[in-house]
Design a protein around this ligand. Structure first.
Ligand code: GDP
Ligand code: ZN
Length: 444
């Protein structure tokens, strides 16, 4: 994969005002840029207090300059970091100066992309950087760090290594047709394949948990007016509501809430906030909400335990997409004296107002969205990774079924290996890289 190693520059800190703002520059050979901006060479990996100057020598800003010559830098190229004052105008002036000195504006994710192309990170690790920045819970941060540290990549490599060994065995057989099946059976090729399949299944399980931490679960909350939906939201969120902040990119409107259950981000879509309207903007919002309902993991039907399931509730359920699993939650049991907690796989009794049965409900929700109870050992993952693992599994299944047709067996092993290599980026198309890195923020 070729790229032109021109010099790129970007503001690396978040937009807005802050005490410090960072400009990051990466390229092959920054001496001229450093001379023009600072007027003297920088000692590698030393913090220099410096004045950053315009073409006419006028000071634009002053701050700390750090120089990391390649390959010992984040991108593997020569990297310059300028820590100036965190004002949007002064940072733009500084960035323009870097551009005047030969840099160009970096595209989103371009620093990470270069780190990947220069072998400083594999693809799963580069993605983990974006996932760390976007993490919506502490558990998501911990698991993103595990992926960044290479925990996921090591699992993938271990599987690929076993596949390579197996392929060597099978391909050796292809060269000596008279040996064929007996040879493979003596070497227990199929047993080895089954071992890989088992490990792949375990990795899929962990990656599924990682995806849940990254993307969160989506739960639709439905129920008639006054059954206690708002009260239940507050009870579920509990003290965690304090750390639920306005994360960019997650719309927080009246029909969507983000809470955390045991470190798992849970998006609650409250369809009760939806009503018939002629307002164009509101209509778009409603369409989006229904689109979210289509993709939800679970519907939570809140009921008044004094009434049970009424015809109104049946009508509400009828509007939900058919495959969506439903958990029935009977509220206000303080008024009926019913027993609290989970009474069946799809039924929980609570009092939102009294905070009774809420822990049991939290457990039940987590169980129903597939959370296995702890983020220990969980690395962050994306749908792209799960898809690659599932494709590898399908190829291994075909290989297993076809193991007597050695050429087919060998080919399916090869395809499984390619699918796994897509995770770390050792086998990937350029357009895939474009899609992945364009979703990063500028300056990463
Ligand atoms: P929503 O319209 O479904 O969002 O319902 P609210 O959460 O606004 O609650 C409606 C009313 O029911 C309020 O007066 C709440 O105080 C009350 N309520 C909610 N949960 C309970 C409960 O568990 N027990 C009792 N007795 N009242 C509750
Ligand atoms: Zn309400």
């Amino acid at each position: 994969m070729l790229y032109v190693p021109d010099t790129i520059a970007a503001v690396a800190t978040a937009p807005g005002r802050g005490g410090v703002g960072v400009i990051r520059v990466s390229g092959r050979g920054l001496d001229a840029l450093i001379a023009g901006l600072i007027g003297r060479p920088l000692i590698p990996r030393h913090a220099h207090f410096a004045r950053f100057r315009a073409a006419d020598g006028e000071v634009i800003d002053e701050g700390i300059a750090l120089y990391f010559p390649g390959p010992n830098s984040f991108t593997g190229e020569d990297v310059l970091e300028l820590q100036g004052h965190g004002g949007p105008v002064v940072l733009q002036m500084l960035l323009s100066r870097c551009v005047a000195l030969g840099a160009r504006h970096a595209e989103p994710g371009e620093f990470s992309k270069r780190a990947f192309l220069n072998g400083k990170l594999d693809l799963a690790q580069a993605e983990a950087i974006a996932d760390l920045i976007d993490a919506q819970s502490e558990a998501a941060v911990r698991s993103a760090l595990k992926s960044l540290d290479g925990a996921f990549s090591r699992e993938v490599h271990a599987l690929v290594d076993q596949l390579v060994t197996l392929r060597m065995l099978v391909e050796a057989t292809l060269d000596f047709p008279e040996e064929d099946i007996d040879f493979l059976e003596a070497a227990d090729a199929r047993g080895k394949l089954h071992g890989v399949q088992q490990q792949l299944q375990a990795v899929l399980g962990t990656a599924t948990q990682g995806k849940l931490l990254r993307e969160g679960a989506h739960i639709v909350l439905v129920g008639q007016p006054n059954v206690g939906k708002s009260s239940l939201m507050n009870a579920l969120a509990g003290e965690d509501i304090a750390i639920v902040t306005d994360i960019a990119g997650t719309t927080r409107d009246t029909v969507r809430e983000l809470i955390q259950l045991d470190g798992v981000p849970v998006h609650i879509i409250d369809t009760a906030g939806l009503r018939d309207t002629d307002d164009v903007v509101e209509k778009i919002g409603i369409e989006r909400t229904w689109a979210a309902v289509e993709k939800a993991d679970l519907a939570l039907l809140l009921l008044d335990s004094r009434e049970g399931v009424t015809a109104h509730d049946a009508a509400i359920l009828a509007r939900l997409p058919a495959p969506l699993p439903v958990l029935r939650v009977f509220n206000k049991i303080d008024l009926t004296g019913e027993v609290a907690g989970a009474v069946a796989a799809d039924e929980v009794h609570v009092s939102a107002k009294g905070g009774i049965g809420i822990d049991a409900l939290r457990q039940k929700l987590l169980e129903r969205v597939g959370w296995q109870g702890s983020d220990a050992g969980v690395f962050i993952a994306r749908e792209r990774h799960l898809d690659a693992i599932r494709r590898a599994q399908a190829h291994l299944q075909t290989a297993d079924a076809a193991y007597r047709q050695i050429e087919l067996f060998a080919e399916e092993l090869r395809l499984a290996q390619n699918a796994l290599n897509e995770i770390t980026g050792e086998f990937s198309a350029d357009d895939l890289l474009g899609v992945i890195f364009s979703r990063f923020c500028i300056g990463k």
